[in-house]
Design a binder for this molecule. Sequence first.
Ligand code: ADP
Length: 274
Amino acid sequence: RDERDELDALIRQVYRAGRALQAEIERLEKLESYRREFLGDVSHELRTPMFAISGFAETLLDGALDDDRVRQRFVEKILSNANRLEALTRDLAQISKLETGRLVLETESFALQPLAMETIDALEVVASDADVNLSVRLPSAIPAVSADRERIRQVLTNLVENAVKYNESGGHVEIVARALPGGARVRVGVVDDGIGIPPEALPRLTERFFRVDKSRSRSQGGTGLGLAIVKHILEAHGTYLSVDSKPGYGSTFSFELDAAPEAELASGAGAVAR
Ligand code: ADP
C-alpha cells in the first residue's frame, strides 16, 4: 500500500515537472518568434533607406553627376536617407535596451514646469519650421513628481515631436498637467490640434514600426519607434499611455505619475515652479 502511494506521488511529481518544462519551452518559443519577427522588421526598415542611398549614388556615378540640378537633388536625398538610418539606429539601440529589461530607473523628485519648459525650448526650432506653436500650461500649485527625470524628458520629447509632426501649419501643441483628486498622482498630457488618429489605429499606436500613414511618417523623419519607446519607459514607471483623438481635430496623449512625498516637497527638492 505504502509503495503504491509513493509511486503515485512520484508520478505526480514527474507530471508537474513535465508541465513546468512545457511552459518553459512555450515561453522560449514565444521569445524566439518575437526575436525573429523583430529582426525581420528591422532589416525591412533598414533596407529601404540603404537601397535608396545606393540607388542615388549609382545614378550619380552613371552620369547624373554632370547635371547640376540633378546632382544637388540626389545628394540631398542621400543625406536625408543617411539621417533616417542614423535615427533608426539610435531608436533601435534604445528600444533593445528597454525591451530586454535592462532599464534601471533613476527615480528622483522634480518639478514638472522646468522640465516641460526645457522640452519645448529644445524643440522650438523644429516647431517653428513647421509653423506650430508650443506652450506649457501647468497650475502653479502642481506637486512635484517622483520619477526618472531624463526618461520622462524623453517621453515628453517624443510626444511633443509627434504632436508637431502630425500637425498643420498654424497648429498648437501644449504640455499640460494637473494633480488628481487626493493629490497622490499627477496626470501629464500633450495636447495637439493636429490631424488626429482614426479610432481603428488607436490600439496599435505603440507597436513598433506601426504608422497610420507610412509616407507621412517617413517624410517627417519618423522611425515608427517613438511611441514604443514611450510605452516602455512608462511601463518601467508602473504606468501607461492613454490616447484620446478625433480625426481632423487633434489628439491628447497622457499618463499619470506619482506625486513626490510631501516631505521632499517641503525640503524643496526641485519643487519650485518657474
Ligand atoms: P513615427 O516615427 O512614425 O512618428 P511613433 O511611434 O512616434 O512613430 O508614432 C506612431 C504613429 O502614430 C505615427 O506614425 C502616426 O501615424 C501616429 N501618431 C503619433 N502621434 C500622433 C499625433 N500626435 N497625431 C496624429 N498621429 C500621431
